[in-house]
Design a binder for this molecule. Structure first.
Ligand SMILES: NC(=O)c1ccc[n+]([C@@H]2O[C@H](COP(=O)([O-])OP(=O)(O)OC[C@H]3O[C@@H](n4cnc5c(N)ncnc54)[C@H](OP(=O)(O)O)[C@@H]3O)[C@@H](O)[C@H]2O)c1
Length: 356
């Protein structure tokens, strides 16, 4: 059994926590929560699992580090508080605990990440003889496992388009996703965080570069594009209330260009209701969301992945899948050499213990 600490119990964290508790190969030994109302509560209660684990939530970083767990699952908010996230993650790495994370999404292609982020983590990995791996569904699965699966069926490829087409209406994340994507903004407002020059490239440029490297393709340029759609009627959804004249759908992409053509494209179409942006792509067959890859070439492959089923909708499915993508990698990460691997450095079959 691998001893695991779960760090944070937010949207992604609560699903990671449940996954760790229920996984037959993993033993939960610690859980971090930052909010006062969660500290001291049993881990099971914090993620809706019946019974008690005896592991109580704490905000004592040192106590969690001193558990000397095999791995910590770090799902605390990273992009808005990178300095704190780096301090917390490096404390574990230096002390000999490996890290899998959904946070700090710039690290999905660690080789391409900025030095201010990569260097302290690499130094901590060297000191502790540890490994850190960052992934998720998008960015993550959509830009690595999904296109790798499609490309494995190809003799040749001329272009690869990866899309997330998702109705975010039921996603309860107005503070981060809502604000950073600019939902509810008016067109005369300053652009949201996501559309400031270089931000899309800092997140999806890594996966584009990673895929190009794996394909052996030298890109001439990695560029961004984005557009917004404004509603003419009020919209009420879990994410937020949007008035007429405000943004209710966004479409953006990062494009890897070769010889003037976008050959590797990672695109998002995110709307707050199915009625928004009717001219933009929709998921097939009435689904609320899709992660899709289209490889043009011989023979040409399209894969449409839909997370969620039954009473789990696409948004809950998305955060659950994001958590699963890194929890399922724990054994591979613990067995990997020290450093910061990307998916191509790890065994793909990260499925042991899932059938139950
Ligand atoms: N690649 C992907 O596909 C993907 C998808 C979704 C999310 N993510 C990433 O995963 C991370 C977690 O996402 P999430 O949706 O779970 O975020 P979230 O719901 O906002 O949860 C973040 C958690 O971080 C903890 N936290 C500690 N200090 C905080 C602070 N100052 N402000 C806000 N939160 C703080 C809180 O944990 P406690 O409540 O336990 O105190 C909070 O619940 C983010 O970095 C996000 O970018 C990646």
């Amino acid at each position: 059994m691998l001893k695991v600490v779960q760090f944070s119990t937010g949207n992604v964290g609560q699903h990671a926590l449940r996954h760790v508790i229920e996984h037959p190969d993993l033993e939960l030994v610690g859980v971090h929560a930052s909010s006062r109302e969660k500290i001291g509560r049993d881990a099971a209660e914090l993620c809706g699992v019946p019974g008690a684990t005896g592991v109580l939530a704490t905000d004592d970083l040192e106590a969690l580090v001193s558990l000397r767990a095999d791995c910590v699952v770090y799902t605390s908010q990273g992009e808005t508080r990178p300095t704190e996230a780096l301090a917390e993650i490096t404390a574990f790495l230096r002390a000999g605990t490996n890290v899998v994370a959904t946070s700090l999404v710039w690290l999905i292609n660690p080789d391409g990440a900025d030095a201010w982020l990569r260097e302290p983590l690499m130094a901590a990995c060297r000191k502790g003889g540890t490994t850190m791996y960052v992934n998720g569904i998008d960015p993550g699965f959509s830009g690595d496992m999904l296109p790798f699966a499609a490309l494995s069926l190809c003799q040749s490829a001329t272009s690869i388009i990866v899309q997330e087409v998702f109705d975010y209406g039921t996603y309860d994340d107005a503070e981060f996703t809502g604000v950073s994507f600019g939902f509810g903004f008016t067109p005369d407002q300053d652009p949201p965080l996501m559309f400031l020059p270089g931000v899309l490239r800092s997140i999806w440029g890594g996966p584009v570069a990673h895929l190009a490297e794996c394909l052996g393709v030298e890109l001439d340029e990695v560029r961004e594009r984005h557009e917004t759609w404004v509603t003419s009627v009020p919209i009420d959804c879990t994410m937020m209330h949007v008035d007429p004249g405000q943004v209710a759908a966004v479409r953006f992409a990062v494009e890897g260009v070769k010889d003037g053509q976008p050959v590797i494209v990672m695109e998002h179409v995110n709307r707050l209701t199915q009625a928004a942006a009717p001219d933009w792509p929709y998921p097939p067959d009435g689904h609320g969301g899709v992660h899709r890859v289209v490889v043009t070439g011989r023979p040409g492959v399209e894969i449409n992945a839909h997370v969620g089923s039954g009473d789990i909708d696409q948004n809950e499915g998305g955060v659950m899948a994001t958590a699963a993508k890194v929890v399922n990698a724990i054994a591979a990460v613990c067995a990997a050499p020290p450093g910061m691997p990307s998916l191509r450095d790890l065994p793909i079959a990260q499925v042991h213990g899932l059938m139950r």
